[in-house]
Design a protein around this ligand. Structure first.
Ligand code: 5AD
Ligand code: SF4
Length: 448
């Protein structure tokens, strides 16, 4: 995704291009990096050719994601001879470290996310001609990366990081190695940022962290559920979302907060990874299928219907056909409204990389296909059950070709609708829409 700068500046001569790969944390890190660069006198441009400094904010969650940055570097390395400088940021930077300089000698900057606080000094070093600048040694830091210059691209809906890093060490996952140890912001600082956003006209806030449930306010004031409720009670904030939750730390008071505070959205993303306790144990997830289903039961017992989505890995080392069948079974039991499913990809440094990757790729693909088909059928029925219901949507844009307005419900479902009004509602507006038709991934309706 290309992030654009929406700050007006007096056209500084130093320019940069930034492309972002990976998760919402990376997208939001890029918003902070852009703000920092603009503050340092840089101007963002929209293609590599127009930039003095070319940055890639990278993802290494699966091998395919990691390869993308090396493809990009290969495509654009010819620009080095024109005096352009390259920087690799994010998870691949942290994972590969100085090896990136060997693989791509024209790269001048390699920095993991735990070092972004030091970007201004690293930029100065590059400007002074340094060719191997690194930010790789901060994974044990207690500090978080906070800046008041965050260049948010959407004026209605914005992210706030509440916790960085991860201490979970799931057997398959690079994140604890790429983002470093867990560190929470203070609730005072999170709430101040949320209030500033509300004052600036934002109505939706998404709280971000690799594992938001292990949020620990270093001032000891608020639990995660209390922080969630407090953000939801800020005047002007109509929707609050949070991602990602870890089942092990998911507590009942989160559901109680959703019950108590109407602005907390009717949606929980709770990655299960596998429906088999045996596989969960090999994955070091620290919960069983039964414990996971207990959390799902809390969510289902809420006063309003809460939509649930999940992440699943198929083909983890040692996953038997019976284990996989238990995952399929879990889909039907939970009735998710969305599933992000992935074939297991062995990652450097992780404990699972030493387990034999025993399931051949064709078998992983076959399991993934079966899973996605089953889930599609579940969603077809779930989404169809909404026909006739009225939801409040936030307007996200217009689809002129179809004369439709694009909306999103609190449950995080896309609801495209028509309106009899002569003027289409503007992006950021909220209005009630009746569902008239459904697909497995979206709803269609008309404004009421
Ligand atoms: N292989 C495949 N999928 C993975 N994920 C994390 N690590 C891996 C891996 N090594 C998936 C998990 C996680 C999501 C963000 O990516 O499902 O929840
Ligand atoms: Fe990719 Fe994980 Fe890093 Fe996000 S935290 S960019 S998903 S490796």
């Amino acid at each position: 995704m290309t992030t654009q700068n929406n700050h007006d500046s007096a056209s500084p001569s130093k320019t940069f291009y930034l492309e972002t790969f990976g998760c919402q944390m990376n997208v939001h890190d890029s918003e902070k990096v852009i703000g920092t660069l603009v503050q340092q006198g840089y101007r963002q441009v929209e293609d590599e050719e127009a930039a003095d400094l070319i940055l890639y904010n990278t993802c290494s969650i699966r091998d395919k994601a990691e390869q993308k940055v090396f493809n990009r570097l290969n495509d654009y390395k010819k620009l080095y001879r024109q005096g352009k400088r390259f920087g690799v940021l994010g998870c691949v930077a942290q994972q590969e470290g100085e090896r990136i300089f060997e693989r791509a000698p024209f790269v001048s900057l390699v920095s993991g996310s735990a070092s972004y606080r030091r970007l201004p000094e690293m930029l100065i070093q590059i400007e002074q001609g340094a060719t191997r600048v690194t930010g790789l040694d901060d994974r044990q830091t207690e500090e978080t990366f906070e800046t008041e210059f965050t260049a948010r691209t959407n004026p209605h809906r914005g992210y706030i990081t509440i916790i960085e890093g991860c201490d979970k060490f799931c057997a398959y996952c690079v994140v604890p190695y790429t983002r470093g140890k867990e560190r929470s912001r203070t609730s005072t600082s999170v709430l101040a940022e949320a209030r500033r956003m509300a004052d600036a006209g934002y109505t939706e806030i998404q709280l971000l962290g690799q594992n938001v449930n292990s949020y620990r306010d270093s001032e000891g004031k608020l639990s995660f559920a209390e922080l969630l409720a407090a953000v939801g009670q800020i005047t002007g904030i109509r929707r609050v979302r949070f991602t990602t939750s870890h089942p092990r730390d998911f507590t009942r008071d989160i559901v109680e907060a959703i019950d108590a505070v109407p602005s907390l959205c009717d949606h929980v993303h709770l990655p299960v990874q596998s429906g088999s306790s045996h596989v969960l144990q090999m994955m070091q997830r620290e919960y069983t299928r039964e414990q996971y289903l207990e959390r799902i039961a809390w969510i289902k017992a809420a006063r309003r219907p809460i939509s649930m989505t999940t992440d699943i890995i198929v083909g983890f080392p040692g996953e038997t056909p019976e284990d996989f069948e238990q995952t399929i079974d879990l889909l039907a039991e939970v009735q998710y409204d969305g599933v992000f499913a992935f074939k297991y990809s062995p990652r450097p440094n992780t404990p699972a990389v030493t387990m034999p990757d025993s399931i051949v790729d064709e078998e992983k693909s076959a399991r993934l296909q079966i899973l996605l088909e089953r889930q599609r059928e579940i969603q077809r029925i779930n989404y169809n059950n909404h026909v006739g219901e009225i939801f409040e949507v936030m307007v996200e844009g217009q689809n002129a070709a179809r004369a439709q307005v694009i909306g999103r419900t609190s449950q995080n479902k896309t609801l495209n609708f028509t309106t009899s009004q002569p003027i289409m509602p503007a992006t950021g507006n909220y209005l009630p829409v009746r569902v008239t038709k459904s697909f497995p991934n979206s709803l269609v309706g008309e404004a009421v």
